[in-house]
Design a binder for this molecule. Structure first.
Ligand code: LLP
Length: 429
């Protein structure tokens, strides 16, 4: 378990605040983040990178809550964005435009214009037509766009196929074999300024070797470019470091950085990284309440008030999240002696499911839990790609979000109401 979500007096706490108190005050479902956990993860990166020119560009897509972004901005973080919306979030949260890199395969003209207007640090360009479009947009504004080409190093990240991005068959980046020609082309475009090279091979990686294989391939290109007089000032090695959801053993942040720095020995480029999940994943839980216990013919169901619209990862990737009772064994109800074992008395195996009308609407399957109606459960490791991938499916308002800081809790996003759900909709005349 994370150091910031711990059991105290048989109750699960976020830092010093009992999750039961948060449920009482803000109701459920509710995302609960720990400021200290966020800060700790960020500082592990910055400490490991001390002495090296670097920029940690948090991948906003993992969790774009303004307060989360603000906590990271205040720590000095930069940001990796993939849309004009994310750009506006970062700026609204007090982020520094000069610390923003803009990734993504489908940047629209409007997105480019907005980012040029804001004067971001660098566009991570992913295709030949994007280079030409960016050059034209910059020219029309009388500006020069700083660019990096995202190269696809064709290495296997050994993660879920939906979140692998660095293989030939993936849509991301420019083909490794085309990269040099595209840099030459970029050099000929008047309104572009080449500053770096980037790659991102996938997410939830639990080994360092694929990262190192990617760095080595990137460095081969960097040297070929230098030989042609195209000298880069930064290398952006993307995000992707995994976290422990169940029994995975990803490298520690310090070990991951040490391995990268070793592979970069003798290189003086500024190092940019784009971590998402590893900064926020274990800094958040989704707090939910059991609405009904239902005993089916083959299965027991804990029907909870959170659903796939709140946390899509189990439905989408068959992802595993630990599910912990917020109050330890609240209803021990031991059977009289000789009539069974205490632990079997009301501890059953449940599928934890939401109220949505889809068989795929589950949060966890085959979980051993001691619960009754109204029990509170914490879905762990939900800080990354939880709220940010939520939807309004089944006309469900999105959950509330709170941040705990020591003994205090602050609401950082109010639960959505019906007014939010229908904002922008109109009836026909
Ligand atoms: N940089 C780029 C260009 C990316 O595409 C991503 C994630 C990141 C950085 C951050 O990666 P991280 O450090 O978080 O692994 N929804 C999926 C994850 C999708 C990741 C997409 N790109 C999930 O819930 O597992």
């Amino acid at each position: 378990m994370s150091n910031y979500f711990t059991q105290k007096n048989a109750q699960l706490h976020a830092e010093n605040v009992a999750l039961t108190d948060i449920a009482a005050q803000f109701s459920t479902p509710c995302y609960v983040y720990s400021r200290a956990a966020l800060t700790d993860a960020y500082q592990q990166f910055s400490q490991a990178l001390q002495g090296r020119e670097h920029l940690i560009c948090y991948a906003v897509k993992a969790n774009g809550n303004l307060a989360v972004l603000n906590v990271l901005a205040r720590l000095g973080a930069g940001f990796d964005i993939v849309s004009g919306g994310e750009l506006q979030r970062v700026l609204a949260a007090g982020g520094d435009a000069q610390k923003i890199v803009f990734s993504g395969v489908g940047k629209s003209t409007d997105d480019m214009r907005m980012a040029l207007e804001a004067n971001i640090l660098c566009f991570n360009v992913e295709s030949a037509p994007e280079l030409d479009r960016l050059n034209a947009v910059a020219a029309s504004m009388g500006k020069t766009a700083a660019i990096s080409l995202r190269v696809n190093p064709d290495v296997d990240a050994k993660t879920h196929p939906y979140i692998s991005t660095g293989l030939k068959q993936n849509k991301f980046g420019v083909a490794y074999t085309d990269a040099i020609a595209l840099y030459r082309h970029a050099r000929s475009l008047k309104n572009l300024r080449i500053t770096g090279m980037d790659c991102h091979i996938g997410s939830q990686l639990t080994e360092t070797s694929p990262f190192i294989a990617a760095v080595e391939k990137v460095l081969l290109l960097v040297d070929q470019l230098a030989a042609e007089g195209i000298v880069l000032t930064h290398l952006d090695l993307g995000g992707g470091l995994g976290i422990c959801y169940d029994d995975e053993t990803p490298p520690a942040i310090s070990d991951y950085i040490a391995a990268l720095l070793k592979a970069l020995a003798g290189r003086t480029h500024k190092l940019i990284l784009e971590p998402g999940r590893v900064l926020v994943g274990n800094a958040g839980v989704l707090l939910t309440k059991v609405e009904y216990i239902k005993h089916g013919e083959e299965k027991n169901f804990a029907i909870v008030d959170a659903a796939m619209n709140d946390l899509m990862r189990p439905a989408l990737y068959d992802a595993y999240h630990r599910i912990l009772p917020v109050v330890q064994n609240p209803h021990p109800n031991p059977l009289p002696e000789g009539e069974g074992t205490v632990e079997k008395s009301n501890c059953l195996i449940f599928d934890v499911v939401g109220p949505i009308c889809e068989t795929g609407d589950f949060i966890g399957r085959n979980r051993s839990l001691t619960i009754t109606e109204n029990s509170l459960l914490a879905v762990m490791s939900a800080g990354a790609y939880g709220m940010s991938m939520s939807s309004n499916y089944n006309a469900r308002g999105r959950a509330a979000e709170v941040i705990v800081d020591g003994d205090t809790v602050q609401l950082v996003r109010a639960r959505e109401t019906f007014a939010h759900l229908i904002a922008g909709e109109t009836l026909l005349p």
